[in-house]
Design a protein around this ligand. Structure first.
Ligand code: DSN
Length: 431
């Protein structure tokens, strides 16, 4: 019998219920995925017991010999995967990684510029409800109304006017390729640091099916659990450029510090204490998996599935922001379907399909209601579903959206979802 079951039946039951939910529902949230069993095992290992404030070889605690080995492996594998010169694998999340970047490069009040949240950006790119819009002066740029693509004229004009210290490229609901080179041109024109937040696309970049942020971005941050399929966490990377990027002068010694040193101290002790060594080791395991040829096949399937979502939805008369996708996600504008994003999310959830409501550019509705839903292919692809299943799923989603008040219809879709999910379990049974 499980130790947990004997000791804490309430939490055991919650975990079991969540396992069943993940197994029985169709997970289409673009930022979620299912890790391998090896990653899960590492995340649940004794490494959670160890305090290791500091960095490998420079800890504030004894007994760090083995966690040093794990962190060094994670760093080396991260650098190999992204062809980076430096990696900090300690941030607890993508948001913490962004905070670490800002702490290293900025002073409070400095200007940052990122894609508007309602145009696909992220809370930490300058939203007023996040530290990023409260500690720093945040200016946002938008996408173009006709194409849904980043409006580089708007970006350049605002960059010239507001002279941001950092321009952030990357997003959480942008279906198209991030044009790092064009962002760098703008950054160079105004002397800004270019920060690539590759949270969503990091798996696609690792598989070399999306352009690399290097050599264009001075600094890069990412979470590790989205298309990259690792444990929940974040990291910061620097490319060749960091050697030339001016750091700050250390007050005591007068020495100009390298950006890598500044980022290390921004993450710990700047914003975090003890690193989560079990998660850092699990990141190392995920990076090893992402270096395998099978990861490229996985990402190719992710992209094929997303492309199929786009084609099938368009065939059924759905409007897609940017009219399609180059990545793992599609953003559906439901305004011609007479249903809000919120109502669609609720009805789909009742049918066993998990998506999130999402604002679309120039959305007339509030962030709590929204006019859109975001759909991503990474998680369903991990459980083995391909384009044949995508076609079935689009049909099921369409039935729910067109009949969202019809309980019988929703129950019928629920049965079909159950049947589909039972063929593709999230974890194979141990042999
Ligand atoms: N919350 C994440 C997403 O869903 O895209 C971003 O951090």
């Amino acid at each position: 019998m499980s130790v947990l079951k004997k000791q804490d039946k309430e939490i055991f039951d919650i975990i079991e219920s969540e396992f069943n939910r993940q197994n029985d529902y169709l997970e289409l949230i673009a930022s979620e995925n299912f890790t391998s069993k090896a990653v899960l095992e590492t995340a649940g290992s004794v490494l959670t017991n160890k305090y290791a404030e500091g960095y490998p070889g420079k800890r504030y605690y004894g007994g760090c010999i083995h966690v040093d080995e794990a962190e060094n492996l994670a760093i080396e594998r991260a650098k190999k995967l992204f062809k980076a010169k430096y990696a900090n694998v300690q941030p607890h999340s993508g948001s913490s990684a962004n905070m670490g970047v800002y702490m290293a490069y900025l002073e409070p009040g400095d200007c940052i510029m990122g894609l508007d949240l309602s145009h696909g950006g992220h809370l930490t790119h300058g939203s007023k409800v996040s530290f990023s819009g409260q500690i720093y002066t945040a200016i946002t740029f938008e996408v173009k109304k006709d194409s849904g693509l980043v409006d580089f004229d708007d970006l350049l004009q605002k960059a010239k006017e507001f002279k941001p210290k950092i321009i952030i490229c990357g997003a959480s609901a942008y279906p198209r390729t991030v044009e790092f080179e064009k962002f760098r041109e703008v950054a160079d024109k105004v002397g800004a640091v270019l920060h690539g937040d590759i949270c969503h696309n990091s798996g696609i970049i690792a598989a070399e099916m999306h352009p690399s942020p290097f050599p264009y971005c001075h600094v890069v941050s990412t979470s590790t659990h989205k298309s990259l399929r690792g444990p929940r966490g974040g990291m910061i990377l620097l490319g060749e450029d960091y050697e030339n990027t001016l750091g700050k002068v250390a007050p005591k010694s007068g020495r100009v510090k390298m950006m890598s040193e500044l980022i290390d101290s921004a993450v710990m002790p700047g914003i975090q204490g003890g690193p989560l060594m079990h998660i850092i080791a699990a990141k190392a395991v995920a990076f090893k998996e992402a270096l395998e040829p099978s990861f490229k096949s996985y990402i190719k399937n992710v992209l094929d599935n997303a492309q199929c979502f786009a084609d099938e939805f368009k065939n059924k008369g759905y409007n897609l922001v940017s009219d399609g996708t180059d990545t793992h996600l599609v953003l559906i504008d439901l305004q011609n379907k007479n249903i809000s994003g919120k109502a669609a999310e609720i009805a789909l959830d009742e049918a066993g399909i998990t998506v999130n409501k999402n604002m679309v550019p120039f959305d007339p509705k509030s962030p709590f209601i929204t006019s859109g839903i975001r759909i991503g292919s990474p998680a369903m692809t991990t459980r083995g579903m391909g384009v044949d299943e995508v076609k079935v799923v689009v049909d099921l989603i369409d039935q729910v959206i067109m009949n969202h008040d019809n309980k019988d219809k929703i129950n019928t879709v629920r049965s079909s979802v159950n049947e589909l999910c039972s063929i593709f379990p999230i974890y194979e049974k141990d042999s």
